[in-house]
Ligand binder design. Structure first.
Ligand SMILES: [Zn+2]
Length: 422
């Protein structure tokens, strides 16, 4: 990785001496025979290393032909690198822990430390970092220490595709310590290849002297046969996550079918709206031309003050109910755990109950004062029926643009009060 330093770079000068100067072959005191100059990026700025090289003065000693470098040099940077360990660790950490992209790392290095590296160079350093990380991860001593207190291990295997078009990376993880044991990219993931990985896991468990209590996977064929062959007596369970994901598919299909049924049943919004608008002496807005839930909701209130205030606001409430229902029918938010069709059914039920409360109140309203009956149908009612945060988030799109049934009830109440006074 040749690197061209700008002519005006201000280097810190670090001189390094060989500390143990006894010749490893004959024990005589070694002499300085040469200097090696290196320039490095560190997080503290550019550094020039002056490494004093030593050799044995005795021409006949094998220590004469071999020079010795200062011991400290390797602790600052590996041979021929343009960056010191601190920059290397910084890059590796940003990549592996923060998942930053190479261009992002590149720009942060430049902005924060004035270190200019090519993307190729960064990619190469990341690769080396990963190799070191993997070696550390598989260090038998470290592993043995971590598994000292564990009686039984739980293993899982899964194939991941980190990048589209690339080979699948098979990962064997141990779940009690949440540790990746090893990973291998398999170009052809035949049953034999997969079984080889499972056998490798068996070898690991054996070298740690631990029993495998359980295997977990998505139960694809190669895993089922491979685990059965290598671990005939160990149970093999379905992974929760995969199980849920597989279960979600038929649930969402059924839910989508239910939505279609509901939309088929709740129809005729346009007719109601047109009737109201006609009575108000206005034409239906163009967006109401096409019926069905796809039509956008634009009607919030009809043209004001055309008729008497009561009938006009009553019409507006009807339009608002229509808008609310249309919003509900249009809402597609949700997932397998909050199926949109279920949310739709709940919301439609709420609208029906709200209308029913209005009808009930109207019956009793002519005898008593309405103001006693109505507060129960206020916003409280709506809030109580919000079962969870996630659901309210998923319905918020609807509720924001369409009136809420309970708010509508409040308006119906005001209209009713006004008309009962007159
Ligand atoms: Zn010597």
């Amino acid at each position: 990785m040749p690197f061209k330093w700008p002519a005006d770079t201000d280097f810190a000068l670090w001189e390094l001496d060989v500390i143990d100067r006894a010749c490893p072959a004959c024990g005589r005191m070694m002499y300085i025979c040469d200097h090696r100059y290196r320039r490095l990026h560190t997080l503290d700025g550019p550094v020039q290393l002056v490494c004093k090289l030593n050799h044995c003065p005795d021409r006949l000693c094998p220590g004469h032909a071999r020079t010795k470098s200062p011991e400290l040099e390797l602790t600052i940077a590996p041979p021929s690198w343009a960056i010191a360990w601190d920059v290397f660790c910084w890059i590796g950490h940003r990549r592996c822990s923060r998942h930053m992209s190479i261009p992002h790392i590149q720009s942060e290095l430049q902005d924060d430390y004035a270190i200019k590296l090519s993307d190729d160079a960064i990619a190469k350093y990341i690769q080396r970092y990963q190799v070191m990380l993997a070696a550390r991860q598989q260090d038998p001593d470290v592993l043995r220490r971590q598994y000292e207190s564990v009686d039984e291990v739980v293993l899982s295997i899964d194939g991941l595709q980190p990048e589209k078009g690339h080979e699948t990376l098979y990962v064997v993880r141990e779940l009690t310590q949440k540790r990746v044991w090893f990973a291998e990219a398999l170009i052809s993931a035949t049953a034999d290849e997969v079984q080889r990985l499972i056998a490798q896991a068996k070898e690991w468990a054996r070298s740690l002297n631990k029993t495998v209590g359980l295997w977990i996977s998505d139960k694809q064929d190669a895993f089922v046969t491979g685990i059965a062959a290598e671990f005939p007596d160990v149970p093999h369970r379905y992974c929760d996550n995969h199980f849920l994901r597989d279960l979600a598919k038929p649930v969402l299909e059924a839910d989508s079918h239910a939505k279609v049924q509901m939309r088929r049943k709740v129809r005729g919004l346009r007719k109601i709206e047109q009737a109201v608008l006609k009575r108000q002496g206005a034409k239906a807005p163009k967006s109401l031309g096409e019926d069905g839930p796809e039509a956008t909701v634009t009607v919030i209130a009809g043209p004001a003050n055309v008729l008497s205030p009561e009938s006009d606001s009553a019409g507006a409430v009807v339009l608002d109910y229509c808008a609310a229902v249309r919003g509900i029918l249009n809402n597609d938010q949700g997932g397998p755990l909050q199926p949109p069709g279920l949310l739709m059914a709940e919301a439609l039920t709420e609208v029906r109950e709200s209308i029913q409360r209005n009808l009930d109140a109207k019956k009793g309203g002519s005898q008593k004062s309405n103001s006693i009956v109505w507060p129960s149908a206020s916003t409280e009612d709506w809030n109580m029926s919000k079962p969870s945060k996630s659901q309210s988030e998923s319905t918020s799109r609807t509720s924001r643009r369409s009136p809420r049934p309970s708010n509508l009830e409040g308006r119906v109440a005001r209209i009713a009060r006004r008309s009962s006074r007159s």
